[in-house]
Structure formats: structure tokens, C-alpha cells
Design a protein around this ligand. Structure first.
Ligand code: FES
Length: 169
């Protein structure tokens, strides 16, 4: 004859402290759990790609026209840092010749590091992964970036100021 008694295990301490029970808590299989993980990771990956695409496609040439700095305050071959179109958008201009000025977003188009002007090399340089861009056009010369720097249209006006032109009228 077999022993028909069922041994009652004591309630674990954690169950007493957190007495939450769900009717289906025993029904989540390992396969379903893995599916949730894959779905969650996939959703995060898609969101990241979307943010990256939005960042890449966003043009920075959309601010209001605004005076940036007096031409006489920028020496030839010297950069000038400013924010455009918003205070969160670092930008940089350089006076290449007496009446020639170019300006770009300071964010590298690879992974967003800050670019610097290298006067001796006549280029913009990103130290993060050795990306290089042409001084006048912002076109990629070498390194991992595939897109040119975001250009900000500027002009020297009769008031002696360098102006960001903003949106085309
Ligand atoms: S972030 Fe500029 S080259 Fe990678």
C-alpha cells in the first residue's frame, strides 16, 4: 500500500512578503519569455534606427536669419564657434579668405562627435574615428562618415556682420 499523504511545503518567505499571485504566472514558457525579449529588443532597435535617420535627414539650415559675429572679429584661418539654429546645435564657421566665410554644423555625420577646423590641412577633422571633410564644401574626404557636414548658409552683409541666412524665403 502506498502512502497517500501529500507533503505540504512551507510558504517561502518571499511569498509571504510579496503575496502577489497571478492566475497565469505559471504559464509563461521559456519560449514565450524569449519571444518577449526578442520583441522588446527589436522595438528598441527600430526606434534607434528611426532616431538616427531623423537626425541625419534633419537640415540645420532652418533657423531664423541672424547676425553671428562681426567679420573683423574673425581672423583669416581662424574658426568661430556659435549655436545654430538652436542653442543645442553647435556650429562652427571659418574665414577662409578676406571675404570668404563658410559655416557648418559642428556635429560629425558619422556618430555626432564634434569636428574641428585644421587650417594647415584645409579641412574639418573629427578626432573620434578620424573622419575628414573638405573645408569649403564639407564633403567627406576620408574616414567612416558617408554624408557631408550640415552646411549653414552664411553671407557677409554691408553692416560688417556675418549672417546666417536661415530658411530660404
Ligand atoms: S564620429 Fe566623426 S568620424 Fe566617427
Amino acid at each position: 500500500m502506498t502512502d497517500e499523504r501529500v507533503t505540504q511545503l512551507p510558504t517561502p518567505v518571499w511569498r509571504r512578503d510579496f503575496p502577489y499571485e497571478a492566475a497565469s504566472e505559471e504559464e509563461v514558457t521559456r519560449r514565450e519569455f524569449a519571444r518577449y525579449l526578442v520583441l522588446g529588443a527589436g522595438t528598441i532597435a527600430v526606434a534607434n534606427v528611426g532616431i538616427a535617420v531623423w537626425t541625419q535627414l534633419r537640415t540645420i539650415n532652418t533657423g531664423e536669419p541672424r547676425a553671428l559675429v562681426a567679420l573683423t572679429d574673425v581672423a583669416i584661418g581662424e574658426p568661430f564657434l556659435f549655436r545654430y539654429p538652436n542653442k543645442n546645435d553647435p556650429a562652427i564657421l571659418v574665414r577662409l579668405a578676406d571675404r570668404e566665410v563658410v559655416a557648418f554644423s559642428q556635429k560629425c555625420t558619422h556618430l555626432g562627435c564634434v569636428v574641428y577646423f585644421e587650417a594647415g590641412q584645409d579641412r574639418w577633422h573629427c578626432p573620434c574615428h578620424e573622419g575628414n571633410f573638405e573645408a569649403r564644401t564639407g564633403r567627406v574626404i576620408s574616414g567612416p562618415p558617408t554624408r557631408p557636414l550640415g552646411r549653414i548658409d552664411v553671407e557677409i552683409r554691408d553692416d560688417g556682420q556675418i549672417w546666417a541666412l536661415g530658411k530660404p524665403q
